[in-house]
Ligand binder design. Structure first.
Ligand code: AMP
Length: 701
């Protein structure tokens, strides 16, 4: 069996880990480095440098050296985040199709998932070298607060890198998984994750090997990079005062100051004052190279960083309140992400939760370790299902019975479908708590044995088979005017010339659906299915052949005997536009995933054959204040009287937190032609093939 790895694809650094002999370990490159800078530099030779070599080129080739793009992945070109980034990055961001964001390097425009794919290719190569074998499966982590487009784009990046992405996993959940391996009793855990570009707070209930996320919140545009920028601006003001030269007006000079600022910031985590020479940023009016020594104190840095840290505490407070708990109710607070090394962050988190936060596992590596644990569990369950199917075929060929007996010696199990770990469940019902919702947590792995046995499901976290307590709605939702009983009349049916039905989403067993009022709509839908991604051609780029067992390991965590059962939530509500610029919530924030919701829509005018539905993700009742995901188009409706055509639209959030949509004509029970046009990202086969072809053109080093 090939290896499955966990990858923490960070804004600043990427970390790779794997489970080897029951131990989760981070993997080192040939220079014994465990942090791979998430920097990609397009060398004139055509080679794409990734990591430290690329980082060094930030100073000499800033226009072709791409860094910190993670918070922008899945963001449209006209989004505030991209606008702000365009002003500060020394490389050029351009607009691609569907308002997507591209980056220009050596006259070639690359989609942002392509840049991440280069990093992932290098990560894959490091893992293959370290493990001495092929690696083609991975769990990739994302900030908990990533929206649908950002998750889908990350998955595309994995595919482009030649990886079968077993799961998109939330970073804080991964961190909790890693910590949870050593926790024997039930605990409430808060994971405070402050990285280079993003902040997340995640609150979990841990009981045995069941990890249940209670709430998650965050800010995908807040992290250590912002602190670097503020400190660099502070240094620039000092330079300006002394030399009447403004380094912020010159991208190369400011890139150098940011570089210095980050170094100084890191040093100030272990010292109270740093003397730093500032040079290489330009010349005085008289043509003399600018050079000065500055003393920067931790106090000064803290003053600069305080407003940002306070923002993280505000978000933390809100998420604790959402689930009706007190900060003191948490048994353990875990710090994750490089920026939590700042004493200011640790102090404020400690004050808020009333306890000293844990830093037992290296905060840079804990996420990758958790991802590796989950990758291992999913890989084994996948391998198990393959074996099971081989077993079934063999049984059939021998005239044997059905496949019901999964593995000969297994005890009776509540899990009728061990291969499918993505089966949806009723909203509000934790995964794995019903026979319809199996999960890898039910699998018990026996070391050094090629057979998977099934153990009875673990005790539910809230009592046998019980639902978790309902989560109060987030601020903003409750204030939304209810529009569910009113017809939607604002969106007139539009003519369209092309219908582009994608591959049909894989059918899954239907979860019970909530009764919701019908909506009348002048538009319709279809779904983007994860299956679209399958259209991508296998990457054919050169990859160094894996060499022998030069196994290098960094941080290590002994994994628990039972694979973890994860119950995660979606961070953001999914909304549909209604009249007057408002929107309705279909799936609310903090709903456990996977989940699905269905609603019936009606045509709004006579003889309407096409309907459109606009979908957004976020917490505002005003549609425009949320992240616009795209538009669903449903065509081929039977011309009929207004309101007489009913379409059942099902929104399904899969275990990766990615939205799939399907639509059905209720009269005929027929799947209707429905297409979701996603904004800011290209999931169609042609665009994906182009991206794959561009990958194939470059060797990664
Ligand atoms: P991550 O995204 O988790 O890799 O975190 C990267 C961020 O952590 C970057 O902004 C780094 O500058 C920051 N960082 C790394 N080490 C330190 C340190 N010792 N003190 C303060 N910030 C750090």
């Amino acid at each position: 069996m090939s290896h499955a790895i966990g990858i923490d694809l960070g804004t600043t650094n990427t970390v790779v880990a794997a489970v080897v002999d029951g131990v989760a370990v981070t993997l080192e490159d040939e220079h014994q480095r465990r942090l791979l800078p998430s920097v990609v530099s397009f060398h004139p030779s055509g080679t794409v440098l990734v990591g430290e070599a690329a980082r060094e080129r930030r100073l000499i080739d800033p226009e072709n050296t791409i860094f910190s793009i993670k918070p922008l992945i899945g963001r449209t070109f006209d989004s505030d985040e991209v606008k702000a980034a365009r002003a500060r990055f020394p490389f050029l961001l351009t607009e691609g199709s569907k308002n997507s964001t591209m980056v220009l390097a050596r006259d070639v425009a690359y989609a942002l998932p392509e840049i991440s794919a280069f990093v992932l290719r290098r990560a894959k190569a490091i893992a293959e070298q370290a493990l001495g074998g092929t690696v083609d499966r991975a769990v990739i982590t994302v900030p908990a607060n990533f929206n649908d487009l950002q998750r889908a784009s990350t998955k595309i990046a994995g595919k482009l890198a030649g990886l079968d992405v077993l799961r998109i996993l939330n970073e804080p959940t991964a961190a909790a998984l890693a910590y949870g391996q050593s926790i024997a009793k039930a605990e409430k855990i808060a994971v405070y994750d402050l990285g280079g570009g993003t902040f997340d707070i995640t609150l979990l209930d841990l009981s045995g090997n069941v990890f249940e996320v209670l709430a998650t919140a965050g800010d995908t545009a807040l992290g250590g990079d912002d602190i670097d920028r503020l400190l660099a601006e502070h240094l620039a003001r000092e330079v300006m005062k002394k030399f009447n030269f403004d380094p912020t007006s010159n991208p190369v000079a400011f890139a150098r100051l940011r570089f210095i600022a980050e170094e100084v910031k890191k040093e100030l985590s272990s010292r109270t004052s740093v003397d730093r020479e500032i040079s290489g940023i330009g010349y005085t009016e008289g043509g003399v190279p600018i050079q000065m020594t500055m003393t920067i104190t931790r106090d000064a840095l803290d003053k600069i960083a305080l407003p940002l840290i306070e923002r993280t505490i505000t978000v933390s407070r809100q998420s604790v309140e959402i689930i009706g708990l007190d900060p003191k109710d948490f048994d353990r607070v875990i710090l994750v992400g490089g920026s939590t090394r700042m004493p200011l962050a640790a102090t404020h988190v400690g004050k808020f939760f009333g306890q000293t936060p844990h830093l037992k596992v290296n905060p840079d590596e804990v996420v990758a370790l958790g991802a590796a644990i989950q990758a291992h569990a999913l890989n084994r369950s996948k391998a198990g299902s393959k074996r099971k199917s081989a077993h079934d075929q063999l049984a059939k060929a021998q005239g044997g019975g059905a496949s019901g007996d999964n593995v000969p010696s297994s005890p009776p199990t509540a899990n009728p479908n061990p291969a499918n770990v993505d089966v949806p469940r009723a909203p509000g019902v934790p995964a794995g708590m019903t026979p319809e919702a199996p999960s890898p947590g039910f699998f018990q792995f026996e070391k050094a044995q090629a057979v998977i046995t099934f153990s009875p499901p673990p005790a539910p976290p809230h009592g046998a088979g019980a639902k978790p307590p309902p989560l109060p709605q987030r601020a903003g939702q409750s204030g939304a005017p209810s529009r569910t009983s009113r017809p939607i009349e604002g969106t007139p049916a539009r003519e369209h010339s092309v219908a582009l039905p994608g591959p049909k989403p894989a059918r899954r067993s239907a979860a019970p659906q909530e009764a919701v009022p019908d909506l009348e709509l002048g538009a319709a839908l279809d779904g983007r299915s994860g299956a679209n991604l399958g259209a991508i051609v296998a990457s054919t780029f050169e990859q160094p052949a894996p060499t022998a067992q030069a196994f290098a390991r960094g941080s290590a965590i002994e994994t628990a005997e039972n694979a973890p059962l994860l119950i995660d939530v979606t961070p953001l509500s999914l909304r549909v536009e209604t009249v007057g610029g408002y929107c309705d919530v279909l799936i609310s924030a903090n709903s456990p995933v996977p989940c699905e919701k269905a609603r019936t829509f009606l045509t709004a005018s006579d003889n309407q054959t096409v309907v459109f539905i606009r979908v957004a993700q976020g917490e505002s009742s005003r549609f425009a204040e949320n992240t616009y995901l795209g538009e669903l188009e449903l065509s081929g409706l039977k011309p009929a009287e207004r309101g007489s055509v009913k379409i059942l639209v099902t929104f399904e959030l899969d275990a990766d937190g990615i939205l799939n949509v399907r639509a059905m004509d209720k009269e005929t029970n027929r799947e209707t032609n429905a297409t979701m046009r996603l904004l800011g990202t290209s999931t169609d086969a042609a665009a994906l093939s182009e991206m794959a072809a561009r990958q194939a053109r470059h060797v990664v080093a």
